[in-house]
Write a new protein. Sequence first.
Length: 122
Amino acid sequence: MIPFYPSVQPSSAYSFWFSVDENYDDDAEVNTLETEHTEWLNRITFIGQELTPIGKNSNEQHMENMDTEDEDANDESDDSDNSDEDDDDMDELNNTRGNLTDRLTGVAGGYMEDELQANDTL
């Protein structure tokens, strides 16, 4: 009798079983995958560096960089000027302290002259 269905048994010389015994270096594959991944990460850092952020013009970015450089230069030159202004401010404070005792003579009963009294209405 002729079989109507194909045989389900594998052939005696199935090629898949012969490829199982091949030597395979897992460490080499892992190393190549790691190097490809690090190169990919490095490429990502360089992608889009020249692009300007949304809402800004390339001229604005350049001007902001120029402004910060100018401010840094101004900060260095202002240090010597600030010491003179600070001295002037201290002199003014010392002069106003001398007038403070004259204002305190108007204090009577714990109230300053310009403060509300108990009888005053708002």
